[in-house]
Design a protein around this ligand. Structure first.
Ligand SMILES: Nc1ncnc2c1ncn2[C@@H]1O[C@H](COP(=O)(O)OP(=O)(O)O)[C@@H](O)[C@H]1O
Ligand SMILES: [Mg+2]
Length: 535
């Protein structure tokens, strides 16, 4: 049964994905020649700050270095397999990397749809800054005269929307497992001052299923996301009818509109019906603006008091009374025995593997930023391989407050739990290790920083992987990497453009260029990757 055909005379309410319920900003929508419309896109002007950096004598390693325009038309590098999504302004394809044989998703946006490069770059820039286990990763992008290409991880299990349609209702523990991941992702986004504005089951992809069938999810579609400044109100009417918060319709809102959308999803998953419904957008929006949802249906009445309490707090009509993501993650609903046991069983790493990973942390060195960039690129492109997934599990296990970052205390706790250390030893070990991994001194270790440091890079010791990374730096495909090519990557971050860093980069380059011919050959690159643990 579909989620809206279940009860309470809601059978006429056609709950459709994407376009029918997508609200366009009435005054700002871009009308195109062929009648298609595009969503409003946010501004990029607040992107000056970047927390996700690594330093090496003044040089910093940001995501701009490891995700930059490849310079190659992706249609030559990837083979189209299947059309998996059609949005208001383009297509999403399942594609296969011709050399690697691995599948990715490719979003193609036609410039003829009247979209400004600045608007597309907003989605690319926002995705580049976000490093969280439950947020889709951007792997590559390319801009041509007529098209924009965005390459991301391929989520083979489809949308949460179709899962809801298929299953209609979920148990409280299954729902809590999904809602917890969404709250963690949105807590991280809000901390990074990113407001998503279009959270809905069509924009939540299933990454995989645990043995008990529980869903691992990722938030996608940052096309309408925006960088906000604390205290500043947003104005654009953006969102989708079932999930949009009342204050967005009223025209003045902040990041708490994302919390409301998560509340709607929680209600739908638990009861099988949307809290605000209608036969068309107008009547759905009317219900939203009234803010009253049905608490008399059996499916709602039968929920635990904790579940009802969290729904009430997520769907508070006035945004200033609404719970924050941080508070919601601490709600008693996530403390119930069933959820806790499941969460811990799923995220507990094999103790021997965990100990091995902690040992790798000690050996990780970040003193040659070119090596770091190569490893960072390989990790970024391969976070879905088993070793990286295991490292991610360990990360989640250690991330006690679920904010998607590790602070020194959390790492210490990890040493105590997995290496059997007492508090003093764990603290000493943490002091030794933390600075190496957190070389930007921002006081936190983000998930990919952690994965890079705790996997054994020898897992990338296959010609395909190495060639893949080599080609990223060898942008002119000459078969050698020049200092100019390395500079071009590092200069994606403006802070790296000065004489001191230029000299430093050359010095580091020379240590990799063993035969001093002024080029890094494929053999030298391979040696460098293998050497990373032992520097
Ligand atoms: N990485 C991905 N893996 C699998 N499917 C995807 C991926 N990205 C997008 N899709 C599919 O394409 C649809 C549209 O993509 P999305 O980024 O949401 O663009 P739009 O802004 O057009 O909604 C999604 O709802 C989903 O079904
Ligand atoms: Mg979408």
């Amino acid at each position: 049964m579909g989620i809206c055909d279940s009860s309470q005379n809601k059978s006429n309410n056609s709950y459709q994905p994407n376009q029918p319920n997508k609200i366009k900003p009435i005054n700002k929508q871009h009308q195109t020649n062929n009648g298609h419309t595009r969503k409003e896109r946010g501004s990029i002007k607040y992107f000056a700050q970047n927390n996700n950096t690594e330093k090496s004598n003044g040089l910093i390693l940001t995501n701009d270095v490891i995700v930059s325009d490849s310079g190659f038309n992706p249609e030559q590098v990837y083979q189209k397999i299947k059309l998996i999504g059609e949005g208001a302004f383009g297509e999403v394809w399942q594609v296969r990397h011709k050399a690697l044989g691995k599948d990715f998703a490719m979003k193609i946006i036609e410039k003829s749809y009247n979209c400004k490069p600045k608007e597309i770059l907003n989605e690319i820039n926002i995705l580049k800054q976000l490093d969280h286990p439950n947020i889709l990763k951007i792997l590559d992008f390319h801009l041509t005269n007529d098209k924009f290409y965005i390459i991301t991880d391929f989520c083979s299990e489809g949308e949460l929307y179709h899962e809801i349609k298929r299953r209609n209702q979920f148990s409280e523990a299954e729902t809590a497992f999904v809602i917890h991941q969404l709250l963690s992702a949105i807590r991280y986004c809000h901390k990074m001052r990113v407001i998503h504005r279009d959270i809905k089951p069509e924009n939540i992809m299933i990454m995989g299923r645990e043995n008990n069938g529980y869903l691992n999810v990722k938030l996608i579609d940052f096309g309408t996301a925006k960088i906000f400044e604390i205290g500043n109100m947003q104005k654009g009417l953006v969102g989708s009818s079932y999930y949009i918060a009342p204050e967005v319709i009223r025209g003045k809102y902040d990041e708490s509109c994302d919390i409301w959308s998560i509340g709607v999803i929680m209600y739908i998953m638990l009861t099988g019906v949307p809290p605000f419904y209608g036969n068309d957008d107008d009547s759905i929006l009317r219900h939203v603006t009234e803010g009253k949802y049905d608490t008399t249906i059996d499916a709602y009445i039968n929920l635990s008091e904790n579940a009802k309490d969290l729904i009430r707090k997520l769907l508070k009509f006035y945004p200033n009374e609404r719970i924050t993501a941080k508070e919601a993650l601490n709600h008693p609903w996530f403390q119930t025995a069933e959820f806790k046991v499941t969460y811990q069983t799923i995220n507990t790493v094999n103790p021997i593997e965990a100990k091995e990973m902690f040992k790798n942390l000690e050996n990780y060195r970040s003193n040659n930023i070119i090596k770091c960039a190569a490893l960072a690129y390989l990790v970024h492109q391969n976070t879905n391989i088993p070793q990286c997934l295991e490292a991610m599990k360990l990360f989640k296990e250690i991330d006690l407050n679920h904010d998607g970052k590790l602070d020194p205390n959390e790492l210490e706790h990890g040493y105590m739990k997995y290496c059997g250390m007492n508090k003093t030893d764990a603290k000493n070990k943490r002091i030794l290790v933390f600075a190496n991994i957190d070389t930007d001194n921002n006081g936190y270790i983000e998930s990919e920083e952690f994965i890079r440091a705790c996997i054994n890079p020898r897992l990338f010791n296959s010609k395909n992987y190495l060639k893949f990374a080599f080609d990223y730096f060898d942008t002119d495909r000459s078969g050698n990497i020049s200092i100019e090519e390395i500079e071009a990557k590092f200069y994606q971050t403006a802070k790296n453009k000065n004489m001191n860093t230029k000299k430093e980069l050359k010095k580091l380059f020379d240590t990799i260029d063993i035969n001093h011919d002024g080029q890094i050959s494929f053999d030298e690159f391979t040696l460098m990757i293998k050497d990373i643990m032992n520097t």
